[in-house]
Design a protein around this ligand. Structure first.
Ligand SMILES: N[C@@H](CCC(=O)N[C@@H](CS)C(=O)NCC(=O)O)C(=O)O
Length: 212
């Protein structure tokens, strides 16, 4: 039986929950309350010494870090795939590059924006908010180019789309219009929401506790 230790608004946990749903894998969700500091308790640190969600336990295998968890799931439960086929090395590299860009650059940037916007109005750093908005806009422009003539970011639906979808779906809560001049991004987002794995995803709100 699979157990997922997670916090619903964590964008990295959301990546894993999308893959579990795509692969129709049932699992027990164990909520680790980040707001209450449960991720710093000994019993959780025994699963992940870095004290971060998500952590996946599959019988006697424990895996942490969303990218590594999703690669584990792809190896162990290959159908339907969430990475381009073995042999399509260029496309696999492209999917992983998008995933890495989302995880290390875009997701944290949106997280910083969520934290800043959550502050009482008098404490908000408007210059920082403006810089972060501009950063998000640059990514939207980039994705708009990359999605030209494409249904998905790297061939078929893959970890590339999965890594971007949760944080892009949070943007309207931050007053950022993803539609505007981004017709391809908008069409792609609609395509994402056609998938039950994304449409039914929990925790898609702008929660400053799990900023990622
Ligand atoms: N690279 C990790 C990042 C996981 C991560 O940063 N999780 C956040 C919640 S969204 C967390 O557990 N933060 C608690 C902390 O760092 O103390 C992954 O992809 O799983």
């Amino acid at each position: 039986m699979i157990k997922l230790y997670d916090f619903l608004s964590c964008p990295y946990g959301q990546k894993v929950r999308i893959v579990l749903a795509e692969k129709s894998l049932s699992y027990d969700l164990v909520t680790v309350d980040l707001a209450a500091g449960e991720h710093r308790k000994q019993e959780f640190l025994r699963l992940n010494p870095f004290g971060r969600v998500p952590v996946l336990v599959d019988d006697d295998t424990t895996v942490y870090d969303s990218t590594i968890i999703n690669e584990y799931l792809e190896d162990e439960y290959p159908e339907p795939p969430v990475l381009p086929a073995v042999g399509a090395s260029g496309l696999r590299a492209r999917a992983r590059t998008f995933e890495d860009f989302a995880d290390t650059s875009f997701t944290p940037q949106v997280g910083q924006l969520i934290s800043e916007v959550a502050k009482p109005e008098v404490e908000r750093d408007q210059n920082r908010i403006q810089r972060l908005h501009q950063g998000v806009e640059r990514v939207l422009i980039y994705l708009e180019q990359q999605l030209q003539g494409q249904q998905f970011l790297a061939g078929e639906f893959s970890v590339a789309d999965i890594a971007f979808a949760p944080r892009l779906l949070v943007l309207p809560h931050l007053g950022i219009d993803t539609i505007g001049n981004h017709a391809h991004v908008d069409a792609w987002l609609k395509r994402m929401l056609e998938r039950p794995s994304i449409r039914n995803l929990q925790g898609l709100e702008a929660d400053p506790v799990a900023t990622g």
